[in-house]
Write a protein that binds this ligand. Structure first.
Ligand code: GLC
Length: 442
């Protein structure tokens, strides 16, 4: 399939998944609006309809909480949305928006990146109007992250649920969750093998093969963490409750560092000085990223905020400091070596979400091995900024060919390239469009 044909195919998927004000990630499996999905989607839409791309991001603002948090999901208003609303009960928090039911947790801060990428497509006046509209919302979100989630004032923000990382069952999170021990009711379900019966009632496996989704027990563990947060009305105070899992997630903090850079660009364009304390928090984030570096294995990891120990379980997060852009050239060189290593991240259809030498690696299991196009996009962007143009171009071509060969799917086997998860996935479409468009212009 030619790039033009693939571009059109991806555009058709986005039109199909368009729900007017926003785009769903995929029909059936993901019926709501998701935060970082919409950001990636808008990055693709800007190439063929910049007004629609702006609409995609404006629709995210409906869900913003009074305290600035952007929730990872804004729920639909239909029957399924009502079911999800009773699961989340966001109205338990006085901070939740008055007119929309949302989740009670957040997701990676890709908004500033998407806003700037759209800004690049606008004439100067329009760009100023666009930035003026979005700036206070991004500012409030970043301020909320530092106020509520920088528990030890280190500059690194902590997450309280793996859904916030966007990489739901990524090994560093699952290993921490396992080490906390299972709630007794899940233990009973496991011992009595009741999970086999519960599996029959799962709806997600109607849209993707069971071996490509979380196990029922893992799913229950994540649900039980959500229930705990709901019981606390989504007020997270780590000092009062250090038994809660809190992780300074490498993926998340790298995206925040890059988003801070974009927020600075927006503020500068508008001639609005950023609050002084925010500027020093931003600086601290960049410095503290080095706390996540392990000199023994030459890798970055996530950190358990309560124990202050690195979680030395590798994942694709190890490569994300390239995207953050704040690490030294030397460190970046080391990460490019990881990317090129056949024992780690270099496969026939890269980049695997877990290095292939990890005991966790499973080529079809969600965030425990498969290749995801949004991760490739972030790595490509980082490679370019560090001057690894050839490597970036190669990965970009490999990503486009993978989608062309296997379809616009949610994720792919890094070994065979076979598609996995949902089909007609929006961010795969949007970012493929972006990669094709960027290749044409380069
Ligand atoms: C899954 C992914 C998450 C994504 C959501 C909707 O939960 O792990 O990153 O935002 O699906 O696509």
């Amino acid at each position: 399939m030619s790039d033009d044909e693939l571009y059109q195919k991806c555009l058709d998927v986005l039109v199909e998944n368009d729900r007017g004000s926003h785009t769903i990630p995929a029909p059936g499996l993901y019926p709501h609006q998701w935060l970082w999905d919409s950001c990636f989607i808008a990055i693709g839409q800007r190439h063929y309809d910049v007004t629609r791309a702006q609409q995609e991001l404006k629709s995210l603002l409906r869900g913003q909480w009074h305290n600035g948090m952007l929730p990872n999901m804004i729920l639909t208003r239909d029957f399924i949305g009502k079911q999800s609303a009773s699961f989340w009960q966001s109205d338990l928090s006085i901070q939740s928006p008055d007119d929309y039911a949302t989740s009670g947790i957040t997701q990676p801060p890709m908004l500033a990146e998407a806003v700037v990428k759209i800004g690049d497509k606008l004439a100067k006046d329009e760009r100023l109007t666009w930035y003026k509209l979005m700036y206070p919302h991004i500012l409030a979100f970043h301020q909320w992250l530092y106020k509520e989630r920088d528990f030890d004032k280190s500059g690194l923000v902590s997450l309280v649920h793996p859904w916030e990382s966007g990489l739901d069952n990524t090994p560093p999170w699952m290993s921490e969750i396992y080490s906390h021990g299972m709630p007794i009711w899940i233990k009973i379900i496991e011992v009595t093998r009741l999970d086999k019966i519960l599996t029959r009632f799962r709806t997600d496996t109607k849209f993707a093969l069971p071996g490509e989704r979380l196990s029922t027990i893992d799913g229950l563990l994540l649900y039980s963490m959500q229930r705990k947060l709901r019981r606390g009305h989504y007020k997270v105070n780590n000092k009062k409750n250090p038994t809660n899992i809190a992780i300074a997630d490498i993926n998340y903090n790298c995206i925040l560092i890059r988003a801070n850079h974009h927020l600075k660009t927006i503020a500068k364009t508008l001639n609005k000085p950023l609050p002084k304390n925010l500027i020093s928090q931003m600086k601290k984030s960049e410095e503290s990223l080095e706390q996540l570096w392990d000199p023994y294995t030459n890798q970055y990891y996530s950190k358990n905020t309560n124990t202050n120990k690195l979680i030395k379980v590798s994942s694709i997060g190890a490569l994300l400091p390239l995207y953050a852009g704040s690490i030294s050239r030397d460190r970046a060189k080391g990460l490019v070596e990881l990317l090129k290593s056949n024992h780690l991240f270099n496969t026939d259809f890269p980049v695997p979400s877990v290095p292939v030498n990890s005991e966790w690696f499973n080529e079809r299991l969600y965030w425990q091995g498969p290749t995801w196009i949004n991760m490739n996009w972030l790595i490509i962007d980082g490679l370019k900024r560090y001057g690894y143009i050839e490597e970036a171009e190669r990965l970009s071509r490999q990503s486009i060919s993978l989608v062309s060969k296997s379809g616009v799917s949610e994720y792919f086997s890094p070994r065979s390239g076979r598609s996995a998860g949902a089909i007609n996935f929006s961010w795969t479409s949007a970012l493929t469009i972006d990669l094709i468009a960027l290749n044409k212009n380069s």
